[in-house]
Design a protein around this ligand. Structure first.
Ligand code: SF4
Ligand code: SF4
Length: 261
């Protein structure tokens, strides 16, 4: 998913689709281009992707970030993006690509699920518009677009089991929009606040450890039912992390967390 502003909506590659528009596509193991698309990618990872992948690989989020992630800063954005690291092999294929396909298929990232659809959000605060946009954008070598199976964006999301991913990506996107202005002040993007926000977004196991084994709970009060849940539930903790970042950096009122007086 990416943000699309009003001025450049016509420059997004691919065919724009409304939710009821159709596109033809079918990807399968016998297709000549099988696995060709899983190489040399700038593949954005969302926080929920990391929750799923680290669980699938049975490692911590810290290990996952260390081993499988590139963290990239962007101009005019005050929060880095996280990309899935490609291998050092000649064709820079994805580290999860195996001969028989994606080795983490059931937990593959959101962008992989949606492919060849690119989802974006058309957001205009003044006009009150917050709308999902879809673009059909298979690469030229992708033969799946010549197959006759027909989809709409809605049917595709359902088929790829991407509903919950879409919801979680939307929640993160709401947070990311706030980073269009600089919340770091004098300490800058390399400072302590930025490290904390990164941890709460992407490094869920470390965030949990920090939350329960530092003075955090002496400084913040968390609703008791939420506190109980986040001990073991990564998704609840991730949602609380988003809430906490908004509260911590922008003083946006939170339902579940507040500063102790
Ligand atoms: S290039 Fe297209 S058809 Fe080929 S494997 Fe990738 S998604 Fe499937
Ligand atoms: S995670 Fe799986 S589907 Fe996504 S690029 Fe890697 S191998 Fe391909």
């Amino acid at each position: 998913m990416r943000y699309i502003d009003i001025d450049n909506i016509n420059f997004i590659p691919g065919r724009r689709l409304e939710r009821s528009d159709t596109f033809s596509f079918h990807c399968h193991k016998d297709i000549a281009c099988f696995n060709k698309c899983c190489r040399n990618l700038n593949l954005f990872l969302y926080p929920y992707d990391i929750v799923r992948l680290k669980k699938c690989l049975n490692i911590t989020s810290d290990e996952f970030i260390d081993k499988f992630v590139d963290v990239v800063s962007r101009e005019q954005h005050f929060f880095p993006v996280v990309l899935l690291k490609m291998s050092d092999k000649k064709e820079a294929e994805c580290n999860f690509l195996s001969e028989s396909g994606c080795s983490v298929y059931l937990d593959r990232p959101y962008v992989c699920r949606m492919f060849p659809i690119v989802q974006g959000t058309f957001y205009d605060a003044q006009a009150g518009i917050d709308k999902s946009l879809y673009f059909f954008n298979p690469p030229p070598f992708c033969l799946g677009k010549s197959e006759i199976k027909e989809w709409t964006p809605d049917l595709w999301i359902k088929d790829q089991d991407a509903d919950f991913y879409t919801k979680m990506a939307g929640e993160f996107e709401e947070l990311q929009r706030l980073f269009q202005s600089d919340p770091w002040g004098a300490e800058g993007i390399g400072g302590q606040k930025a490290k904390m926000a990164f941890m709460a977004s992407y490094n869920i196991d470390k965030f949990r450890d920090f939350l329960f084994n530092s003075s955090f709970l002496k400084r913040y009060k968390i609703k008791s039912d939420v506190l109980k849940k986040i001990k073991t539930d990564d998704v609840s903790l991730l949602k609380l992390g988003f809430e906490w970042i908004k509260y911590y950096l922008w003083s946006i009122k939170s339902l579940n967390i507040k500063m102790r007086s």
